[in-house]
Design a protein around this ligand. Structure first.
Ligand SMILES: NCc1[nH]cc(CCC(=O)O)c1CC(=O)O
Length: 321
């Protein structure tokens, strides 16, 4: 630097408004994204704007019971379209697989950050796994995917609905309303509440996660070039590819984010492993399981193989019947 020259930033100062849900998890995820973006883009500040969604407002019913797509994403998308925020952070597993919908063609997922741990976690004060609970013990989860996989291993357990954000679920567990609850490991870790003395990630051989679990989607308006370039600094190609494969399974089964469908793609070197587990309607066991491995550049052949195998086991019919 020339002595006496003004010491200015290479980029003009810019503030991006990040629309986020108000839950502990949403704020933690958005805070993480905000800090990452600021670190990667000197001169850029990210400011959090809290937006309440219908999924947050209705807390007394299981999600699949009042259904509808995008319960946690719709109000954020409206704020993006209205221009009151510049981008939004979604948990990828809450983003409808049919997105972009026709009416929100103006929006785009501009980046997929590196994935956090995709597993589910077993939280319990009295057991380390579903294997350790006595018959009749009560497990809290409203997810049909988790329900079908737990009952597949342990048809003698009682799986009962539980709603509320992570703090509420953990409180209900501590109060003894449940013997165990199942939560996404990523949410516990990002929220800073993972306590390894009574929370244990469940091996993916025992329970496969929801498509997109542990991954985030950064969404903005299609025409917002500067925002798109800045968000692009967060993009992780491998995560985006894996999540796309997982979501393709749901699309081909004509399911949605409330279906008892699990899928996980993992990349090892130049190969991708795709695994999927599908329960029956209402989360009824048994669970159909399929896996396939392929070179990363022929990943769609793994989807074809997994779908064929699931179809042989009648997965689509069992989702509807
Ligand atoms: N459906 C709610 C939801 N959406 C995303 C997460 C966790 C974070 C993630 O999976 O990325 C959770 C809570 C949970 O399943 O425990």
């Amino acid at each position: 630097m020339t002595i006496g020259a003004p010491n200015h930033n290479p980029q003009p100062d810019l503030t991006l408004r990040l629309g986020t849900r108000g839950s502990m998890l949403a704020r933690a995820q958005s805070g993480w994204v905000a800090r990452q973006i600021e670190a990667r883009n000197p001169g850029v500040r990210v400011e959090l704007v809290i937006i309440s969604t219908s999924g947050d407002q209705i807390t007394d019913k299981p999600l699949h019971a009042f259904g509808g797509k995008g319960l946690f994403t719709k109000e954020l998308e409206q704020a993006l379209l209205a221009g009151s925020v510049d981008f939004a952070v979604h948990s990828f597993k809450d983003v409808p697989v049919t997105m972009p919908l026709v009416d929100i063609a103006e929006l785009v997922i501009a980046a997929v950050p590196p994935r956090e741990d995709p597993t589910d976690a077993w939280a319990s004060l009295k057991s380390k796994s579903f294997r350790d609970l006595p018959a009749g013990a009560k497990v809290g989860t409203g997810s049909l995917r988790r329900r079908s996989q737990i009952l597949h291993h342990r048809p003698d357990l009682l799986v009962e609905p539980i709603r509320g954000n992570i703090d509420t679920r953990l409180r209900k567990l501590r109060e003894g309303q449940y013997d165990a609850v199942v939560l996404a490991t990523a949410g516990l870790k990002r929220g800073g509440v993972m306590d390894e003395t009574w929370m244990t990630p469940i091996d993916t051989a025992d329970m496969l996660p929801a498509p997109g679990q542990g991954a985030l989607a950064l969404q903005c308006r299609q025409d917002a070039e500067v925002t798109r370039r800045i968000l692009g600094s967060m993009h992780d190609v491998a995560t985006a590819a894996c999540v796309e494969l997982e979501r393709e399974i749901v699309r081909q089964l004509e399911g949605d984010c409330h279906s008892p469908i699990a899928a996980l793609a993992t990349i090892n070197g130049d190969r991708v492993l795709l695994r999927s587990a599908v329960g029956g309607r209402d989360g009824i066991p048994p669970v159909a399981f399929a896996l396939s491995e392929a070179p990363v550049n022929e990943a769609s052949s793994a989807v074809v193989a997994v779908m064929n195998d699931l179809q042989k086991q009648g997965a689509r019919q069992r989702l509807l019947a």
